[in-house]
Design a protein around this ligand. Structure first.
Ligand code: SF4
Length: 621
C-alpha cells in the first residue's frame, strides 16, 4: 500500500510541510471523516478554544476522490465547533475534493492564526501563504472570481464570506458558492485564523488510472446508472434533487412548522417538489457525479421574481418556510442566495428566526428589540430583513448570530423552552415526535442535531434494509441506529456522497469493489471490516466529546418534544416523545457504552482504541 500525503500549514509561524499518512492510519480509518477525527483527537488538547489559534481546521478527502469513481469527490472539514464545543465534521462538494487529489494531497491541516488576512495557494508541490487583504470583505462568489483572475480559470477555492469574517457562529465554507460545508461554524473557525480561502490550481496533469481500475469503474458506473435512473425505491434525485423531501415530510406530518409546533405547512403544495421543478433552469453537479442532484432555479413571479440560486436543498426550503410559517415559494430562493454569498448556514439561520418569531408572539421580545420588524408568522419580508441583520450582526441579528442556545441565555424569561437545538446545533427539518429513531440519532450525534450522520431511510423512505422500522415505537430499533451511524461514517471516509450512500445495499457493493482496488487494503472487500471502520470512527468521535465533558446529560431534546403533542400533523397527529431515557438506555447498551453514554474500556480495546480508553479513565478521575 502506498503512503498518502498531508499538508500541514502553520499560519502563526508560516511553516508549511508535507507529511506521510501512515498505512496503518489508512487501514484503520480509510480517509475523509476517519482521517479528520483521528488527527483532531490526537492533536487537539481538551478544552481548546474553538476560536483560538490552537484549534485545527482539517480538510480531508477519500481515496476515491478524483479517480473517476461516481459521486466520490466530496470533501470533509473537521474542527472543534464554535457553536457546540464538540467534535464537528462538515461536508462540501463541487470540484475541490478532486482538485486536492490532483495536487496529491489527502489532507490539509491548518493550524495557528495570522495577524492579517491571507489565503493559501496550492499547486503541485508548491505551497504559499499569500496576502489576502484584497479578498477580505468580498462575498464568496466575488472571492472565487478574484482567485480565478489572479491564478487562472482552473483554480478552485474553498472560501468564507463576510458573515464568517464577522464570526457569526454558524458561518460556512463555500466552493462554487452553493456547495458548502454548511453546519457547525466551520467557516467561523477558518475566519478566526484570518484565512479567507484555500485556492488549488493543479499544474501536474491528472494521473491516468490503471487500465484495470478504469475497467472496474466503467463496470460499476453501468450498475450505478441503472440504480439512479429509477430502480424501484431508488432516489429521484436526478430530476428534483432533495426537494421531494417537502412532499414526503408534509405527508408524514413531520415537516416542522412555526418553530416545531406543527407537523405540516398550510397549503404546502404551493412549495412542493413539482412547484420547484417548474422553476428549474438547469441541472448542476459535483465533480464526476452522474446524479446531477443540484439545480439552478429562478423565481417566476411575486416579490422575488427573477432571483435565481444554485443548490437549493430541502433543508433550506424548510428553513425559510416552515420555521417562520410562510409558504412563499420565492423567499427560500432569495434567502439561499443571500446565505450562500455571505456564507451562513441556512438551517441555523432559519431556526434562529423561528425562535425570534415565537419570542415575539409570546411578548418576550417586542418591536423595540426588532428595530420595528413585525415578526408575525408568515411574514417573509420581515424575515428577509432579519436575515440581513444576522448576516451583518446588527441589532437583534447580532444576538441571533450566536445561535439559539446562546441567544436564549441572553434573553432568559423562559425563552430556553423555545430554543430548538441539541448540544447547541439548531434542529434540522424533521419533527422527531413522528420519526423517533431518526430523532434518537440526532440526540446522540457527536455534532448535535445533525440529520445527515445516521439518516433513517427506514422511517422516512420506507427502506426495508436491514429491516423496517416503526417510526412511533420507543423500543426495539436501536440496532438500526447503530448500523445507520456506522454506515454513514464509512460513506464519509470514501467519500461517497451521502445522498447515494443512503441507499445502503447498492452502495455497499460498490465500496467493497472499489476500496480494495484504490487503497491496496484487500480487507475492505469484507463487509464486517468496513463496518468496523465505521464503528471505530463513531467511538472516537464520542471519545473526543467525552474528553470535553459531554455525556448522557447532553444527549437531550428541547423540552417541546417531551411535553407538547405534535399538532396539524396528519398521521403523526398527537405524537410525543414518551420515554426517551429508555430509548437512550437501549442505544447505549447496543453500542457497548455505559449508562452515562461513555464507551467502555472493552469496547474501545476491541476497536484498537486502547490508548483512547486510557485517556477516558484519566479524564473521568
Ligand atoms: S448526488 Fe448531488 S450532492 Fe451528491 S455528489 Fe452528486 S451532485 Fe453532488
Amino acid at each position: 500500500m502506498k503512503y498518502r500525503k498531508l499538508l500541514r500549514v502553520n499560519l502563526t509561524t508560516g511553516a508549511i510541510n508535507e507529511e506521510d499518512i501512515p498505512p496503518l492510519t489508512v487501514a484503520n480509518f480509510i480517509g475523509g471523516r476517519g482521517f479528520g477525527v483521528n488527527y483532531l483527537y490526537n492533536e487537539l488538547k481538551p478544552g481548546t478554544d474553538p476560536l483560538g489559534p490552537e484549534n485545527k481546521l482539517i480538510f480531508s478527502i477519500g481515496p476515491l476522490a478524483g479517480t473517476g469513481a461516481p459521486s466520490s469527490s466530496r470533501w470533509i472539514v473537521t474542527a472543534k465547533s464554535p457553536l457546540t464545543g464538540t467534535y464537528f465534521r462538515g461536508c462540501g462538494g463541487a470540484d475541490f475534493g478532486a482538485w486536492m487529489r490532483f495536487v496529491e494531497l489527502d489532507m490539509i491541516i491548518v493550524e495557528g492564526k495570522t495577524e492579517s488576512p491571507v489565503y493559501l495557494y496550492i499547486e503541485n508541490g508548491h505551497y504559499e501563504i499569500k496576502n489576502g487583504k484584497n479578498l477580505w470583505g468580498k462575498n464568496t462568489v466575488e472571492t472565487e472570481q478574484a482567485i480565478k483572475e489572479i491564478h487562472g480559470p482552473k483554480a478552485t477555492s474553498a472560501c468564507i464570506g463576510p458573515s464568517g469574517e464577522r464570526l457569526i457562529r454558524y458561518a460556512t465554507i463555500a466552493v462554487d458558492r452553493g456547495h458548502c460545508a454548511g453546519r457547525g461554524g466551520m467557516g467561523t473557525v477558518m475566519a478566526s485564523k484570518n484565512l479567507k480561502a484555500i485556492a488549488i490550481n493543479p499544474t501536474g496533469g491528472v494521473k491516468a488510472p490503471s487500465k484495470d481500475f478504469k475497467a472496474l469503474i466503467a463496470r460499476e458506473l453501468a450498475e450505478f446508472q441503472r440504480f439512479i435512473r429509477g430502480e424501484p425505491g431508488s432516489p429521484p434525485f436526478s430530476e428534483k434533487g432533495t426537494t421531494g423531501g417537502v412532499d414526503g415530510t408534509n405527508i408524514l406530518g413531520v415537516y416542522p412548522v412555526r418553530n416545531f409546533r406543527e407537523g405540516s405547512l398550510d397549503e404546502w403544495k404551493k412549495i412542493s417538489s413539482d412547484e420547484y421543478l417548474a422553476l428549474k433552469v438547469k441541472s448542476v453537479s459535483c465533480y464526476g457525479c452522474p446524479v446531477h442532484c443540484d439545480r439552478e432555479v429562478r423565481v417566476k413571479s411575486g416579490p422575488y421574481a427573477g432571483v435565481s440560486t444554485k443548490g437549493l436543498e430541502y433543508e433550506t426550503i424548510w428553513a425559510f418556510t416552515g420555521c417562520i410559517g410562510s409558504n412563499d415559494i420565492g423567499f427560500p430562493v432569495a434567502a439561499d442566495l443571500l446565505c450562500d454569498e455571505l456564507g451562513i448556514d441556512t438551517i441555523s439561520a432559519g431556526v434562529s428566526m423561528g425562535f425570534a418569531y415565537e419570542l415575539f408572539e409570546k411578548g418576550i421580545i417586542t418591536k423595540k428589540d426588532t428595530d420595528g420588524l413585525e415578526l408575525v408568522w408568515g411574514n417573509h419580508e420581515a424575515a428577509f430583513e432579519l436575515l440581513k441583520k444576522i448576516a451583518n450582526r446588527q441589532g437583534l441579528g447580532d444576538i441571533l448570530a450566536e445561535g439559539v442556545k446562546r441567544a436564549s441565555a441572553y434573553f432568559g424569561r423562559g425563552s430556553e423552552d423555545y430554543a430548538m437545538h441539541i448540544k447547541g446545533l439548531e434542529m434540522p427539518a424533521f419533527d422527531v415526535r413522528g420519526v423517533k429513531w431518526h430523532g434518537l440519532a440526532m440526540a446522540t450525534c457527536p455534532c448535535g442535531a445533525f440529520h445527515n450522520m445516521a439518516f433513517s431511510t427506514q422511517e422516512l423512505f420506507g427502506n426495508p434494509w436491514p429491516r423496517s422500522v416503526d417510526r412511533f415505537a420507543e423500543e426495539g430499533y436501536a440496532d438500526i441506529n447503530k448500523i445507520n451511524e456506522d454506515w454513514t461514517a464509512v460513506v464519509d471516509t470514501g467519500i461517497w456522497c451521502n445522498f447515494i450512500g443512503e441507499w445502503q445495499v447498492p452502495s455497499l457493493n460498490l465500496l467493497r469493489e472499489l476500496l480494495p482496488a484504490v487503497t491496496g487494503v484487500p480487507q475492505f472487500a469484507d463487509e464486517k471490516t468496513i463496518f468496523q471502520v465505521g464503528e471505530r470512527i463513531t467511538n472516537l468521535e464520542r471519545a473526543f466529546n467525552v474528553r470535553e465533558g459531554f455525556d448522557r446529560k447532553d444527549d437531550i431534546y428541547p423540552k417541546r418534544f417531551t411535553t407538547e403533542l405534535l399538532k396539524k400533523a396528519g398521521p403523526s397527529e398527537g405524537s410525543i416523545i414518551g420515554n426517551f431515557g429508555k430509548m437512550l438506555d437501549e442505544y447505549y447498551a447496543i453500542r457497548g457504552w455505559d449508562q452515562n453514554g461513555i464507551p467502555t474500556i472493552e469496547k474501545l480495546e476491541s476497536l484498537g482504541l486502547g490508548q483512547i480508553a486510557k485517556d477516558i479513565i484519566k479524564q473521568r478521575k
